[in-house]
Design a binder for this molecule. Structure first.
Ligand code: SF4
Ligand code: SF4
Length: 443
């Protein structure tokens, strides 16, 4: 009750700050009152909600909750989140007072006035950190979840928020070291590379080098050893928000065969599109604009429909309705690349002790990527799926200890035929790109 009251006071302070007429820019009091009370209330709420409960994940009433099962509150939240993104991208002038509210922090970090992207980064980071604390309380019995939650909080707070703004303070390019092409699609566009390489000092060139090494060397090597979880559940900011703020809605991810087919069709289309866009931009830049008539519209189209509408408005706005991994599952080109490597070349697999499975279906229900985990467990088969982000929740909610996330000693003992990954890949492509299902087409 006390925590809910503190949250209420935080919202009141926020409303007074946003709707009032007092000057905000540079003033710490309204900033601290609004976000301090909201933060203290949220942490207190998570602490008191879980501290006296027996350790272990509980989902009592989750299928009946108004917020957690597409009730009126969930729809209102979805509309509010979607609306925030729309205003953020296309009408930021309506956020003028909210931007002024976070200005004191912007001045401390970067020495420059806040803009809508600073506001967005601040709110995003605050969500990951506060709901990350909720994850600590909720999953406190499970070392894997505690460590990976610390990891996503660290990468979001330090590498995706504080460091880029400190770089601005030092007159260096604002750069996000935890995002790589093709997710951060413009990092390998010729315009960005040109800008970074020609910026004063050597740091810009290092940033280009870092981005290229992470995209083309670190990604395949780490995915070979650990599966796509090293990025999707440990580093990525999109995954970080999904795993923290989005955790209450993970069970809403569609599980049908149709959703699986839609997933395969869209995610590979987006991957092909960003590869094509990047290639056309480079050809255009090295041939005196020969393809400029299509390169510029392609770049704008991708930035608007994929980078803004899909990744932002739909990807986060639809959490309360379609689950917490809408973007990661259906649209992220980085997830597509990681998934292909994971499916055919990685050591990662989820092993199943089929003899212990009692077919309760908890694992399938709480798989945020829509995988029918139970179908594998009942047959005692390893789970080797492109879409699995290695969140580990299927394992954590299993009452019989059936599921175990493992990095094997090689990649060729995960399923029949996995010793010849190139053959398996070409078979999958020739048979209709069945990359996202096992050989029986299970979802
Ligand atoms: S199969 Fe398990 S580890 Fe993989 S995404 Fe689903 S719940 Fe997470
Ligand atoms: S949660 Fe465990 S026992 Fe239940 S269906 Fe899944 S693997 Fe079987």
């Amino acid at each position: 009750m006390v925590s809910a009251g503190v949250i209420g006071l935080g919202f009141l302070a926020l409303a007074v700050s946003l709707l009032g007429s007092m000057p905000l820019a540079g003033a710490w009091t309204p900033f601290l009152l609004s976000f301090g009370l909201l933060s203290a209330g949220t942490i207190g709420y998570a602490w008191f909600a879980y501290k006296d409960t027996v350790p272990g994940i509980k989902h009592d009433g989750i299928m009946f909750g108004n917020t957690t099962h597409r009730g009126a509150i969930a729809w209102a939240l979805g509309i509010a989140l979607t609306g925030f993104y729309v205003v953020l991208y296309w009408w930021p002038e309506y956020l003028a007072r909210a931007i002024a509210l976070v200005e004191p922090l912007s001045l401390v970090l970067s020495g420059q006035p806040a803009n809508q992207w600073f506001l967005y980064g601040f709110l995003y980071t605050m969500a990951v950190v506060l709901f990350g604390f909720r994850m600590f309380m909720r999953y406190r019995h499970n070392r894997y979840h505690i460590i990976r939650t610390i990891s996503v909080m660290f990468f979001q707070l330090v590498l995706a928020f504080i460091l880029p703004h400190l770089l601005r303070a030092l007159n260096e390019p604002e750069f996000y070291f935890s995002y790589f092409w093709p997710l951060k699609y413009d990092y390998l566009f010729p315009g960005t590379v040109d800008y970074l390489v020609n910026s004063p000092g050597a740091l810009g060139s290092f940033m280009v080098f870092w981005g290229a090494v992470c995209s083309f060397i670190a990604t395949p090597v780490l995915t070979y050893y650990y599966g796509k979880r090293w990025y999707c559940s440990w580093v990525c900011g999109c995954g970080g928000l999904a795993e923290t703020l989005g955790d209450p809605w993970r069970h809403l991810t569609p599980k049908s065969t149709v959703s699986w087919k839609i997933e395969r069709a869209i995610i590979y289309a987006v991957l092909l599109l960003i590869i094509l866009t990047t290639a056309v931009l480079w050809v255009s830049s090295t041939s005196e604009g020969a393809l400029s008539s299509i390169s510029a519209p392609l770049q704008q189209w991708y930035g608007f429909y994929i980078g803004a509408v899909f990744a932002g408005v739909i990807g986060v706005g639809f959490y309360p309705v379609l689950g917490n991994r809408v973007w990661c599952r259906f649209g992220c080109p980085m997830a597509a690349v990681l998934g292909i490597i994971q499916r055919f070349f990685s050591r990662f697999r989820i092993t199943t002790n089929g003899g212990q499975c009692m077919s309760c279906g908890n694992c399938t229900t709480y798989c945020e990527m829509g995988i029918d985990v139970r179908a594998y467990a009942e047959r005692g088969e390893n789970i080797v799926r492109s879409s699995c982000v290695g969140c580990g929740v299927c394992s954590a909610v299993c009452p019989r200890g059936v599921l175990k996330l493992e990095n094997g000693t090689s990649h060729d003992d995960r399923y029949p035929g996995s010793d010849k990954p190139l053959g398996a890949l070409s078979t999958a492509v020739s048979k209709g790109a069945r990359v996202y299902g096992d050989r029986d087409g299970y979802v």
